[in-house]
Each structure stands twice: as C-alpha cells, then as structure tokens.
Design a protein around this ligand. Sequence first.
Ligand code: UT7
Length: 315
Amino acid sequence: MVRGVGACLPERAVTNVELASRVDTSDDWIVQRTGIKQRYIAGDGETTVSLGTRAAARALASAGIAAADIDLIIVATSTPDHTFPSSASEIQAALGITQGVAFDLQAVCSGFVFAVTTADKFLTSGSHKRALVIGAETFSRLLDWEDRTTCVLFGDGAGAMVLEAVEGGEAGVIASKLRSDGRHRDKLYVDGGPSTTGTVGHLRMEGREVFKHAVGMVTDVIKACFAEAGITAEDIDWFVPHQANRRIIDASADKLGIAREKVVITVDVHGNTSAASIPLALDAAVADGRIKPGDLVMIEAMGGGFTWGAALIRW
Ligand code: UT7
C-alpha cells in the first residue's frame, strides 16, 4: 500500500517571459502549445541526488516510517549525478540507510511508472517489505539552451513514494502494463553518452512525431489496466498522467472518457520534469486533499525509447 509521498523542487522558478528574453519564443506560443507557464531550474548545488534525497525524506516523514525500515530504493532518472554509482546508492547513503538494495531504473519520462511497477513486483513476491520509489531529474542540464523547440518544455524536480507490502486487502498497485519499442529511438534521444561521445550530450526531439504517438500509446495501456482490474474510466477517482503537454493530457482523458475534473495537472507550474512529473503531481494532489485513502488513482506516462506504461493504484 501507499504509505506516503513527498516532493522537492529547485528554489528558482523560470517564467516563459524570462525564457523569451533568451530564445526566439513567446509566453503565448508556450502556453497555447503546451500549457506550461513556468518551470523550476536547478541552481548551483542542486542536483538529482540532492532533490531526490529531500523528496524521499519528506515521503518518509509523511509515511511515519524510519529510514531504517526501508529495504528497497528504486530511483527513476535519466540525469544521474554521476555515470556511476547509481543515484539510488547516493540517496541511500544520504538518508543513512545501510540495509537492503538500491538501484536506478532508466525509462526516461516513463521511469516512475516503471519503478512503481518494479517495486510492486518485489513487494508482492515477499522478498522486500518497504520501498522508496523516487523520480528525480535535472533535465535542464541536458538541454540545448539555443534550441527553442526543446528548451522551453522541461524543468527539474523530484518526487517520492513509500510503498509497503501488506497481507490481504486491495490497497496498492492493482494493475499495471509496461511497454517499450526501441524502433522509435531517433524521435527522442540524447546525442551523447559515456560509451559514444564521452560527453553528457543534449536532448533531441521530433516533438510532432512524439505527439502523434503519445495519445494512442498511453490510452492502449490504460485500457489494458482497466480490463485487468475489471473497471471502467468512470470508476477511477484521479487521473495523474505524466506532465509533458496539456494537449496530450486532455486528448488522452477525452479519448478514455475520464472527466476533466478528475485530471491532476501540474505541467503549468512544473513543465515536463520527466520521471519526476508523476510523483510531483501525486504529492500536490495529496497535499491539497484531493487524493485520499481508498481512492483509485491511474498513473501513466510515455517517453524516450519509446517506453510507455500505466499503473492503477488503490490509495
Ligand atoms: O515527455 C516526453 C514526451 N514528450 C512529449 O510528449 C512532447 C510531445 N510533443 C509536443 O508536446 C509538441 O509537439 C511540442 C510542444 C514539442 C510542439 O508543439 P507542436 O504543436 O507539435 O508544434 P510544431 O513542432 O509543429 O511547431 C509549430 C511551429 C514551427 O514553426 P513552423 O515550422 O510552423 O513555421 C516551429 O518552428 O512552432 C515553431 N516553434 C516555436 N515557436 C515559438 C517550435 N518551438 C517554438 C517555440 N516558440 N519555443
């Protein structure tokens, strides 16, 4: 079951107007095409590990669980502090955790859905008891700040969830579907890496192509989750999609017949924070009282690879 959530954003918010002073864009274009009004950008000393550690500490506090009781840490990130060790190992040490296992999982924007699903499989197998699942990113450090087609879209941040194995009951992940198709690699990728250029590289995206595939892919896996759980769109209480683009979110909700008032939106204030976007949105909706114990929550994402997936969670 979900025991708690937490989040952490960098200190500095950057508005569209501020970006328009750096690249040839406008507040109007960004708001109309994406719904984004601002994003947070990490400053000196703010990293994936530091943001992820703070989000994780807040999730532990909200769960009322001690760091010493965590035996599994999965960090979904494509922007680790170092090529190795994993950000999960670094966060584990920062939290003073010395037991259990910690590893990173890389599925770009789908990372949090992949990580929640993976953690659930560990917990339901009985091998582990309490998991910290973290989505943490500093995409600002992968961006080509001269490229207006990508640099206006992304932001930095981290979110975390504590999951606990419980006997019986139906709380926690009740259905999930993960998919990948590497043939779409060139539509969204980073043009560097340790084994090729020896550099970090920059994010490259054919936005229109990604957009074209997004709605169909995510609605397919969501429908598969509905079928597995034996429910319909009307049964869910909250739809918490990956926050890439308001138009993709609205089109997906409409296609599935999910009422707009059940959709949690944070893309306006966070931008696209990749693997961090869903836990940031979950934290916001728990903090303001929308998501409550017993609610049925659908999370979904699609991103580089392509990767895509959905998970249905009884809160
Ligand atoms: O999280 C991972 C998954 N990623 C996504 O889900 C992103 C999916 N894609 C998208 O969200 C959208 O495709 C974008 C927001 C990236 C772009 O929106 P679009 O409606 O697909 O626009 P477009 O790429 O078709 O570009 C329309 C026009 C172009 O000009 P021309 O060729 O029509 O003259 C672009 O050059 O807008 C121009 N443009 C801009 N103008 C002002 C592109 N970027 C900008 C910009 N400011 N920042």
